[in-house]
Write a protein that binds this ligand. Structure first.
Ligand SMILES: Cc1cc2nc3c(=O)[nH]c(=O)nc-3n(C[C@H](O)[C@H](O)[C@H](O)COP(=O)(O)OP(=O)(O)OC[C@H]3O[C@@H](n4cnc5c(N)ncnc54)[C@H](O)[C@@H]3O)c2cc1C
Length: 400
């Protein structure tokens, strides 16, 4: 079977490759080949290049600062960036562009689109996600953070937790209970709240890897304008689910390419350590290869429905479940190949998934760090158990 995108799309790909060749330094090997400090500098300057070229939010309409690209061109951008080993944005862009921005484009008011979308792209507004609470994760609708209207402002009280990149953000989108009498899925409002104010405190949480990438966020009479509501007051739940669809369906085009790059390095590591003759290791490597191929075709399937105009819904859970479970298994295999050396890891331990650092050196530290980080993939954006519940109930039509 030959899968192609057609001549017009391929000529756009060639144009993009020329752009990458012009903009990237000579002998570029991927962002992971840089040191942590060099990487921060590169990502900031690369983000500016993307912003100036209209490639930060390729799908958004041009009138809001987006690229206005066709769905197929967007896919090509994602693929070529993944192949070149460059990021699609900065640390808060997952939340600002992929989650909130896409949600505003889909269901925001005209005023919200005109105000927030250009500010997200310019980097003036950097967002984080205030969904989870200490007693509301999988059962998100049991959230207890409250908000009430006081004149023309909302006043927010409560706590959010696991807020990724919250320490780098100056805005947070918050799910808050605004009608305590209503059934759990009702009476929730989707609010947009500035962080730089006395009523909001961001406290870092130290992770298993030693890094601090997520936070607790405490609201103590925090204030935001009355019109900073997405959708209607008390009707935030469907908005929250729309955003989760974008979060779970993201990267269908890019992840399979990155997983392939990661697997190629694992093969090199296995060869280096003389493990390719071990029949069990060979079997597990072959299984990992098959899963990456399945992911590639799942990616194409998501793209086909996306190109047909569908938004990611319950089907996004198929991809999310499959990639995150694959990553857990492939990194367990990596640790088995590295053996006891993984207890004294050498080299930088990545703070994000290894695929976020394409071109990284094939060190024991990089695999040990990725092994730890991969656990989180089966938890954020809904745990694997929750994805299976969604698949059972909403796709297969099984009873609850
Ligand atoms: C790396 C990382 C980054 C994150 N970033 C953010 C962020 O930026 N913003 C944010 O709001 N949140 C974030 N989260 C939080 C994440 O969304 C929650 O951890 C997740 O929803 C699970 O909730 P919980 O931790 O409360 O676990 P719980 O909901 O308490 O679940 C505990 C266990 O019970 C299982 N379980 C629960 N309910 C069911 C059920 N009905 N059926 C079967 N099994 C069930 C779960 O699968 C899990 O194994 C992040 C998490 C991680 C790991």
């Amino acid at each position: 079977m030959r899968i192609g995108y057609g001549d017009q799309a391929e000529s756009y790909r060639a144009e993009l490759r020329r752009l990458l060749a012009t903009e990237l330094p000579a002998r570029w090997r991927g962002v992971g080949a840089l040191s942590r400090e060099q990487r921060q500098v590169f990502v900031a300057s690369w983000r500016t290049v993307l912003f100036e070229r209209g490639l930060l939010a390729p799908s958004w309409p041009r009138e809001y600062g987006g690229g206005g690209l066709s769905p197929l061109e967007q896919v090509i951008v994602a693929e070529e960036f993944a192949r070149a080993g460059v990021p699609v944005g900065g640390p808060n862009d997952t939340f600002g562009i992929n989650m909130l921005g896409n949600t505003l484009v889909a269901v925001g008011s005209e005023d919200q689109k005109r105000h927030f979308l250009p500010r997200i792209l310019s980097g003036e507004d950097r967002w984080c996600q205030g969904y989870s609470e200490p007693d509301a994760g999988s059962d998100l609708a049991s959230l207890r953070c409250r908000a009430r209207l006081d004149g023309d402002e909302w006043v927010i009280d409560g706590q959010k937790v696991w807020t990724s990149a919250g320490h780098l953000a100056n805005w947070i989108f918050v799910l808050a209970r605004t009608d305590p009498e209503a059934p759990t899925h009702k009476g929730i409002t989707f609010l947009l709240c500035p962080i730089d104010q006395p009523g909001v405190e961001v406290r870092p949480i130290k992770m298993l890897t030693g890094h601090s990438e997520f936070n607790e966020v405490i609201f103590d009479a925090a204030r935001t304008a009355g019109h900073h509501v997405v959708g209607e007051p008390n009707e935030g739940w469907p908005i929250a689910m729309t955003l989760l669809g974008f979060e779970r369906g993201a990267a269908a085009a890019t992840l399979p390419i990155r997983f392939r790059e990661e697997l190629d390095r694992l093969l090199a590591l296995a060869a280096e350590r003389g493990r390719t003759t071990d029949p069990i290791i060979r079997q597990r490597l072959a299984e990992a290869y098959s899963r990456v191929e399945v992911l590639r075709f799942l990616g194409y399937r998501s793209l086909t429905s996306f190109l047909g105009g569908a938004s990611p819904g319950a089907e996004a859970s198929v991809f999310k479940l499959f990639w995150s479970e694959h990553h857990k298994r492939v990194t367990e295999l990596a640790i088995d190949i590295v053996g006891v050396d993984s207890l004294v890891p050498e080299g930088e331990m990545p703070s994000g998934p290894r695929m976020d650092h394409p071109g990284a050196p094939n060190t024991t530290g990089s695999w040990a760090g990725t092994f730890l980080v991969a656990r989180g993939g089966t938890i954020y954006a809904g745990t694997s158990e929750i994805q299976r519940n969604i698949l059972g109930e909403r796709i297969l039509g099984l009873p609850r």
